[in-house]
Each structure stands twice: as structure tokens, then as C-alpha cells.
Design a protein around this ligand. Structure first.
Ligand code: KPL
Length: 294
């Protein structure tokens, strides 16, 4: 095992999932608002439970020379969390950003003195009480640097995650992968959070044309941004995810129901900014932004 620990900043569902899966593969600590000596309880996709003894620390208790820091908070919480952590860790520490959308990735890649990798994942997980995480479904993770640098580091991280049971590969084109996920999230999350419906209900005739209209505007923006479409096309990609997650309450709907801030700024704002940059008129996305809870 590596001597320098991997720090996981953010003890929500993704942070807990990474901690439980990586335990035994690397030294690690999970950083959150509160320290805890309680073990983390992982429920795997088959329903089997296991208790993991993991160091759970406050940010100010972080070891000063970690091998890397995985930031798993929501996008809007990254800057405050990193401000709090920065005085405690070397500025050359590699960061891995796991946020949805495209809000923090570019500024942090330019600003942080150490290497910054971005990750995008379709692993499904949710928290279960104060100490539990349910790994609801296996997915796939891609990791890479926005400009394709630090490929050896990306491969090393991907290989550890992969051997820890989280299918993962290094990507030389992580920007495209992040925008693809953003396209899916933009077509699903705002609509289901406004109408408080499960993903599969978007197939109903009252919602379907709205989804199609969002996809059409997103496709135009992606084209202007030079983001190559998925092989199957934008619409097929989105409808496949809706089909595969039909019974899910999307993360944005869960945030709304729990009274938490949503990822509206991380998901819709980059699309609107890109539309403005390219002089594109996007009335459907503009309206969607206005109605989506922030
Ligand atoms: O990633 C998701 C989310 O909930 O944020 C989708 C793909 C919409 C699945 O629910």
C-alpha cells in the first residue's frame, strides 16, 4: 500500500463510496464537517453489507503531505472546502475533481499549483443515515487532465480505482466526457426537479417534447463549442440514460426535496455562458434556468 494517504474531501454519497471501495487498496482518510470513529457501512449492489473502519477527520486534521486529494463535494461547495483545506496541505498536491457540470474544473486546473485531474462517473450511490452508503449500481469512471497532461498520474489513479472494483479508465479527452455528462444532466435534472417526477416519466407525452427541445439546444451549443457528439447522437444518448434510470429520483430532485442547493449553476450556467459566447439564442434553456430551483 502507498504510504502517503489519499484524502477524500466530502463525506456525501460519492465520498463514502470511494472511501469504502478504496479501503485496503490505499491509505486513506475521509474528510468532512465532523470527525467520527464510527465505521462506514457499505451496502453493495447485491444488497450485501460490510463495515469499513476508515479514518474520518475534519478538514483541519488533514495529513499535510497526502498523495492526492479527491474532491467529491457538490460543485458549489468546492471553493469553500478547498479554501479551508489549502492551509493544511502542500500546494503541489494533485487534486481529482469529481463534480458534475463544468463550473469548477477549468478555473481550478488553471489556478491550483499541483496537477488537477477531472473525473466523471456513472456509479450510482446514495447515503444511508450518518454512516452508511448504498452502492446502488455499478457504472464507469473516466479520469484525465483537461489539456491531456499528467497521463501517467491519471493512469495510476484509474488503475487503483479499477482494482478497487470501480471500473475506471484514464481519458485523454476528459473535457468531451464531462460535457457529455453535462448534456445528459441538463436534459434530465432540471425538468424532473421542476415537475418532481422520476426520470422515466420524462418519456410521457407531456414531458417528451420538452426533453427533445432541450436536447436540440444543447446539441447546437456543443457543436459551437467543438464538442464531438456521442457515436449514437445526443438524443439517443439521453433517452438511453432515461430508460436505464427510469425508476430513479435524479440527484437534483433529491436536492430539492431535501431543501439543499441544487447543481443548477454547474449544469445550466455553463451552457448559457457558452450560448452567449457563440451568439446562440437558447430560449428553452433560458426558461429552464429561470424555473429550476437554485
Ligand atoms: O446523473 C444523474 C443524476 O441523477 O444526477 C442522472 C443521469 C440524471 C440519473 O439520475
Amino acid at each position: 500500500m502507498n504510504a502517503a494517504p489519499w484524502l477524500i474531501l466530502g463525506a456525501g454519497s460519492l465520498g463514502r463510496l470511494l472511501a469504502c471501495r478504496l479501503a485496503g487498496h490505499v491509505q486513506l482518510a475521509l474528510l468532512g464537517r465532523q470527525a467520527s470513529t464510527a465505521p462506514l457501512l457499505l451496502t453493495d449492489p447485491a444488497g450485501a453489507q460490510s463495515a469499513q473502519s476508515i479514518a474520518r477527520l475534519r478538514l483541519d486534521q488533514a495529513p499535510s503531505t497526502p498523495a492526492m486529494v479527491h474532491i467529491t463535494t457538490k460543485s458549489h461547495a468546492v471553493e469553500p472546502a478547498l479554501r479551508e483545506l489549502a492551509p493544511h496541505v502542500a500546494a503541489t498536491t494533485p487534486l481529482v475533481l469529481w463534480q458534475n457540470g463544468y463550473r469548477v474544473q477549468q478555473p481550478l486546473t488553471r489556478r491550483w499549483p499541483g496537477p488537477v485531474l477531472c473525473a466523471t462517473t456513472s456509479e450510482g450511490a446514495y447515503t444511508d443515515g450518518a454512516d452508511g452508503v448504498v452502492h446502488a449500481g455499478h457504472g464507469h469512471t473516466f479520469i484525465g487532465h483537461l489539456d491531456g497532461e499528467h497521463s501517467a498520474l491519471a493512469s495510476q489513479v484509474a488503475s487503483v480505482l479499477d482494482s478497487a472494483g470501480l471500473a475506471c479508465e484514464a481519458s485523454g479527452d476528459i473535457r468531451r466526457r464531462l460535457w457529455h455528462k453535462l448534456a445528459v444532466n441538463a436534459a434530465i435534472n432540471p425538468l424532473v426537479s421542476i415537475h418532481r417526477v422520476r426520470n422515466g416519466e420524462l418519456r410521457d407525452p407531456i414531458y417528451r417534447p420538452r426533453v427533445e427541445a432541450v436536447i436540440a439546444e444543447v446539441a447546437t451549443i456543443m457543436d459551437a463549442e467543438g464538442i464531438a457528439p456521442p457515436e449514437a447522437g445526443w438524443a439517443t444518448m439521453v433517452w438511453r440514460v432515461i430508460e436505464a434510470t427510469a425508476g430513479n429520483r435524479a440527484s437534483m430532485l433529491q436536492d430539492v426535496l431535501a431543501g439543499r442547493p441544487t447543481e443548477r449553476e454547474a449544469i445550466l450556467a455553463p451552457l448559457l455562458d457558452a450560448a452567449t459566447r457563440h451568439g446562440l439564442d437558447v430560449p428553452v434553456l433560458t426558461e429552464l434556468y429561470r424555473h429550476t430551483p437554485g
